[in-house]
Design a protein around this ligand. Structure first.
Ligand code: KG4
Ligand code: ZN
Length: 375
């Protein structure tokens, strides 16, 4: 890992905020990750271990195996993150951890490690909402989005259009009624015999396929509103994949058809949300935000409307601890650190609860970008 020493304009603004440094832990699903973020210097380190190989033989995440692997990985990752950040506990202001939503066993491991470490070091903790992490991940980049903006949050478990007014003020405009976009990628990829996780694999295969050979359904487009539904795609793809021979050309054409259907649906609903809100600055975040066809489609859509797209770098689209550190640090700065020893882990945690219980939206006037490349 290497730190970028080049001064950046946003860092000047960051230097004005109070000195704080946070350690953050993410363990909501199949990635164990730890990061150290400094309010003035930006991201000092982030470490991650992906359990993809562990779950691949089962074709999906096995929750019990995920929890056990977090137990194995988190402490070495924590030591490594502190070492790479050249930080000891005395320099930390608090510890953030993902408290939900996610796999409850996996969450409990990260929460227990965070609470134990914080208790031992006399530090406050912040229980972070995983989706708030995804929403704020673009603040790690050089050119962060202005507030308010529109967010398209597309992950393995969620597909949401959100009006983001500021920290803790998230207005849900529409979400999926059934499968999430990432789930649709993963399930259809499985039907094509692609390994887990299917999203990136299907996207790779789609590059070789032809648009228009398979015209899969784009549900909910003919209805008003900003809701999504992706569950029908599986049936259509299962039928297409049944016809023999399922050779490479047909598989690639099906993959292309699936990607086109998902991306077009996301683009059309986003366009509708832009019209509805008048916001043309759009953040795309969550694992599916790594999809290049989606990024390119959104960029074109926004160019045509005089707006622009903001996204975290690919590594911070999928699950990571840097985004948890951003949310944790902003909340710590707002006085939300706690010495309560409760280990918080919620499998279900509606994003709306964050806005409902909160003090008014806080402005977020800087970005944390100062760490650009990893060796
Ligand atoms: O945000 P994330 O890492 O975990 C959740 O919070 O769910 O998202 C994972 C999802 C998976 O469904 C994965 O297949 C999908 O993001 N994904 C992609 C791509 N990279 C990851 N889907 C389509 N194209 C990609 N390039
Ligand atoms: Zn996620």
């Amino acid at each position: 890992m290497r730190r970028d020493k080049k001064a950046k304009p946003m860092q000047a603004a960051a230097a004005e905020c109070p000195p704080m440094r946070i350690l953050a832990i993410e363990s909501s699903c199949d990635e164990s990750a730890v990061a150290v973020l400094d309010a003035q210097q930006g991201l000092l380190s982030h470490t991650l271990f992906s359990q993809i190989e562990l779950h691949r033989v089962y074709g999906g995440v096995v929750p019990e195996l995920a929890s056990r692997d977090h137990v194995r990985r988190l402490l070495p990752l924590l030591r490594q993150a502190l070492h790479e950040a050249d930080t000891d506990a005395a320099q930390l202001s608090g510890v953030a951890y993902t408290a939900g939503p996610g796999l409850v066993g996996a969450l409990l491991v990260g929460a227990a490690v965070a609470q134990s470490y914080a208790f031992a070091q006399g530090l406050p903790t912040v229980a972070v909402h995983h989706l708030e992490g995804h929403l704020l991940a673009p603040l790690l980049e050089d050119d962060p989005p202005p507030f308010p903006h529109l967010a398209l949050l597309v992950s393995g478990g969620h597909t949401m259009l959100i009006r983001v007014n500021g920290l803790g003020d998230y207005q849900l405009l529409g979400e999926t009624r059934d499968d999430a976009a990432g789930e649709a990628f993963d399930k259809t990829a499985k039907l094509l015999g692609l390994p887990y996780p299917g999203g990136p694999e299907l996207a790779r295969l789609a590059v070789h396929g032809r648009s228009g050979v398979f015209d899969f359904p784009r549900p909910m487009l003919d209805r008003p509103g900003l809701e999504f539904s992706f569950s029908g795609l599986k049936t259509a793809v299962a039928l297409a994949a049944r016809a023999q021979p399922l050779d490479e050309v047909r598989r690639a054409d099906i993959a292309r058809g699936v990607q086109d259907a998902i991306v077009e649906t996301l683009l059309r609903k986003t366009a509708r949300a832009i019209e509805h809100t008048g916001l043309a600055h759009v953040v795309v975040s969550g694992g599916v935000g790594a999809n290049l066809a989606l990024r390119e489609g959104l960029a074109a859509l926004l160019r045509a409307r005089g707006g622009r797209i903001y996204h975290p770098r690919i590594a911070f689209c999928t699950d990571n601890a840097a985004m948890i550190a951003v949310a944790g640090l902003l909340r710590l700065q707002r006085g939300e650190g706690s010495h309560d020893l409760t280990i918080r882990a919620r499998a279900q945690w509606p994003l709306a609860e964050l806005s409902a219980n909160n003090v008014p939206a806080a402005p977020v006037p800087w970005s944390f970008s100062s760490f650009k490349e990893q060796a």
